[in-house]
Write a protein that binds this ligand. Structure first.
Ligand code: ATP
Length: 269
């Protein structure tokens, strides 16, 4: 990210049409985008204005992509931070970073603040004493303070992502905080086909490529895995000096992806 993007937020070009499987959550995300486009109008109607949205689902299934698409559709700047980075910082730095992040977003409002891997700081506090991680707690508290401190008309919506919603501190999901929940699940066979289609985009696929067959051959693949498969297949076709992506390019890319995925779990067993 450039300095300008950090300060002014990123202008993203991602649209809902770039996110496969969006139909399941379309109403929810449309509403958020509509609010960001015109916060005053919502306020005039006395509508309940969302402040925080929690996106949950397995890694690589499009949480970040969806958050970016909301910003793209609403034409608002996107400010992002990874909660995991906050915990690695020196004591006091995380909270200061959060304050700074919200200050910048408010200055550019309407805007989206996106916090990835919120579970890194938002874990439920240990029931019995335990060794509290001060940095983590201070950073989390600062996020809550920021959210409690603004009201809807500020036009800042905070979107947090996690693949461990089960371990989150209930303080995070209280009304007025991350009280909107959107699940971004692992794609099923139809979802996989849609994702493949999005990523096939303008690639020259040979007529004998059947994406529904590819979808059936990729159970357990995430959106990120499928994007990778498409990309690898296109690279292989280019390396072979062909103008078209053939089915075997795709099947080989699937095998490569499976080997890559299999390695860590093999090491565990
Ligand atoms: P993580 O938890 O690992 O951060 P994530 O859920 O935020 O993962 P993304 O970073 O949004 O996942 O997805 C990675 C990439 O995978 C996207 O940039 C996109 O190329 C592809 N992808 C994932 N899901 C989808 C989807 N539903 N439609 C289209 N592309 C997708």
């Amino acid at each position: 990210r450039s300095r300008a993007q950090r300060v002014n937020g990123e202008r993203v070009g991602v649209r809902f049409s770039d996110v496969a499987g969006i139909d399941e959550v379309r109403d929810q995300v449309e509403e958020i985008a509509a609010f960001l486009r015109d916060p005053q109008r919502f306020k005039a109607f006395g509508a309940r204005i969302p402040k925080g949205v929690l996106l949950s689902g397995p890694p690589g299934c499009g949480k970040t992509l969806l958050a970016r698409a909301i910003a793209g559709e609403a034409h608002v700047p996107f400010f992002s931070a990874s909660a995991a980075e906050f915990v690695e910082m020196f004591v006091g730095v995380g909270a200061a970073r959060v304050r700074d992040l919200f200050k910048r977003a408010r200055a550019q409002a309407p805007a989206i603040v996106f916090i990835d891997e919120i579970d890194a700081i938002g874990r439920r506090r240990a029931a019995i004493g335990g060794s509290g991680n001060d940095e983590r707690e201070q950073t989390l508290n600062q996020i809550l303070v920021e959210m409690d401190g603004f009201d809807g008309k500020d036009g800042v919506i905070v979107i947090a992502a996690t693949n461990r919603p089960d371990i989150l501190d209930p303080a995070l999901t209280r009304p007025g905080r991350f009280d909107r929940k959107i699940t971004v699940p692992m794609p099923d066979v139809r979802g996989r086909e849609q994702i493949l289609r999005v990523h096939a985009g303008s690639l020259p696929l040979a007529p004998e490529v059947d994406l529904s067959r590819i979808a059936r051959a990729t159970p357990g693949f995430s959106g990120a895995d499928l994007a990778n498969v498409m990309n690898e297949a296109a690279l292989a076709a280019a390396r072979a000096g062909r103008r078209e992506v053939l089915p075997e390019d795709l099947y080989r890319a699937i095998d490569l992806q499976m080997m890559g995925v299999a390695r860590p779990s093999l090491a565990l067993s």
